[in-house]
Design a protein around this ligand. Structure first.
Ligand code: GSH
Length: 236
């Protein structure tokens, strides 16, 4: 197999980049991490006409040359094949490294782990907007959350409590799984913005923080390039 290459936007700021990085690292995959050479926010949309004529904007074309069909990252290059979408990369890691048991063994547990992972992908728009990901950023004061964001935060706590109560911990589904990879950036956002986590989740958060793959991610991310901060940034 050719060396695996995970192209990311940033391990400091991109939650989507962090998730498959954690899965691959936990699976002890031999992979290199590459920061995609792109100008952020400059992804040209594919409009219907473009799609029909199979042509696309300059920025998107440049990103396609880097292996991203959608213009978004992460992308894993495995054996010359580019896989986009963070969850698909995690799924591939589970197939390629079965010994890592990245999904729970029981079918119903696997279904629930996949369900909350899909929820992560499709939901939590307010958290994404107001608590942008910044691994080492910290607000001076806890951020006041609006009602819609608070509801999403409470839903994350509910997911964690329910999974831990059923599995008995220490991770969401017992062993470290893709579901923990998907929710780790939520833990970091709560830390960055001073969102109080219920005491009963302390032990999960401590376990997550002490996970070898998580510690490795933080070490590598410290060396990742610092980006230009946006005016809306509250944590630098
Ligand atoms: N659904 C995609 C989302 C990927 C995504 O949104 N990536 C962002 C980074 S956090 C990106 O590539 N942004 C580049 C840009 O907006 O210019 C996945 O799960 O991989």
């Amino acid at each position: 197999m050719n060396p695996l290459r995970l192209s990311v936007v940033s391990l400091r700021y991109s939650s989507w980049s962090m998730r498959p990085w954690l899965a691959l690292r936990h699976a002890e995959a031999d992979f290199v991490t590459e920061t995609a050479d792109i100008e952020l926010g400059k992804r040209a949309p594919i409009d219907a006409q473009d799609a029909m004529e199979e042509k696309s904007g300059e920025a998107l074309a440049a990103r396609r040359k880097l292996g991203s069909v959608t213009g978004l990252f992460p992308v894993l290059s495995a054996n010359g094949v580019d896989i986009h979408e963070s969850l698909a990369i995690c799924e591939w890691a589970n197939d390629a490294f079965p010994q890592a048991k990245l999904w729970p063994e029981q079918a119903l547990d696997r279904a629930r782990a996949r369900a909350v992972s899909c929820e992560m992908l499709s939901g939590f728009a307010n958290i994404r907007t107001h608590l942008s990901c910044h691994l080492f950023g910290r607000t001076k004061e806890p951020l006041a959350l609006d009602a819609a964001t608070l509801l999403e935060v409470l839903r994350v706590f509910e997911i964690w409590k329910d999974a831990l109560a059923r599995s008995g911990g220490p991770y969401l589904f017992g062993r470290f799984s893709i579901a923990d990879c998907m929710y780790y950036p939520m833990r970091t956002r709560f830390r960055s913005y001073g969102v109080a986590i219920p005491r009963e989740l302390d032990s999960y958060v401590e376990t997550l923080d002490a996970t070898p793959a998580v510690r490795a991610l933080e070490e590598v991310a410290r060396k990742a390039p610092r980006g230009e901060c946006q005016s809306s940034c509250r944590v630098c």
